[in-house]
Design a protein around this ligand. Structure first.
Ligand SMILES: [Zn+2]
Length: 275
């Protein structure tokens, strides 16, 4: 087992039956919770021996040359001595990107396996395909794939001000950029324009790509854009937006945590402004 400090490589997803070797990184999950040591490290194989045979044992990708596997036990399984369930939102900030991505994939595949035990069409038992992430029904041919939910997230600026808002379910005092789920049948670009207009009542222009982030709570893919204000007055959407304001860089409210794409977008705007 490599130490966590050595996970500097890139994570690339793959899928197939597990074939443990000396270079394998094994991620143990109970339900969709990753087990870690109290020091927030991935446990050695010996630490998970007492769990017995897992429900599923799958190859989920590679971190550099190291094959990455997940083992999944049911929610009823007791925690092995000396291990805890990971607080993943916090660990995202502490772990190297490649390990975060591997764990993010493992968590989402664990939820997918748990939620797709029976066919949604005919009710028969689903089986995992050997080489692609699909749960297939032999009786009717239905296949269930891991769910990814695209979310548009957009940083809107007006001269030297940035638009930030807060939703009632945010941590108190935190303001962030606007975001919303892409609807079925909708383009990502149309979603950005619609969400901004729905949530704060303004029109935007000059949409630019910023970047993306997998957000495994539970299966979002954040698609980040930058945009300029075009027209209108801020009118927060009832129940969705508690407050929305234009902020100057010397008067910013409390922001989301640094490992979120929202924070990176705001920070990139701050960096530009300071030049
Ligand atoms: Zn079926």
């Amino acid at each position: 087992m490599k130490s966590i400090d050595n996970y500097g490589e890139i994570f690339s997803p793959a899928f197939g039956p597990a074939a443990p070797g000396s270079e394998a990184v094994t991620l143990p999950f109970i339900d969709d919770a990753l087990l870690v040591t109290p020091n927030n490290t991935i446990p050695d194989i010996s630490a998970i021996k007492s769990l017995g045979e897992p429900l599923y044992s799958l190859k989920i990708g590679c971190i550099g040359a190291a094959v990455c596997e997940m083992r999944l036990w049911s929610a009823q399984q007791e925690l092995p001595a000396g291990l805890i369930k990971a607080d993943l939102r916090r660990l995202i900030n502490l772990w190297p990107q490649a390990l975060v991505e591997a764990v993010s994939r493992g968590k989402q595949l664990a939820a997918w396996l748990h939620e797709n035990q029976f066919c949604g069409v005919c009710g028969d038992k689903l089986e995992t395909s050997p080489l692609v992430p699909a749960r297939r029904c032999a009786a009717c041919g239905f296949a269930a794939f891991p769910r990814i939910s695209p979310v548009c997230i957009v940083l809107v600026t007006r001269n030297d001000e940035v638009l930030l808002a807060r939703s009632p379910h945010f941590t108190p005092d935190i303001y962030s950029v606007l975001a919303g789920f892409v609807e079925s049948g909708e383009s990502v670009e149309a979603c950005v324009h619609r969400e901004v207009e729905e949530e704060v009542g303004i029109k935007i222009q000059n949409l630019r790509w910023f970047g993306s982030q997998s957000w495994p709570f539970p299966h979002s893919l954040m698609l980040g854009f930058l945009a300029d204000y075009a027209a209108g007055t801020l009118v927060p959407q009832a129940e969705e937006i508690e407050d929305a304001q234009w902020f100057r860089r010397d008067n910013l409210p409390a922001l989301p945590r640094p490992w979120t794409i929202a924070y990176r977008m705001i920070q990139s705007w701050l960096d530009q402004e300071s030049h």
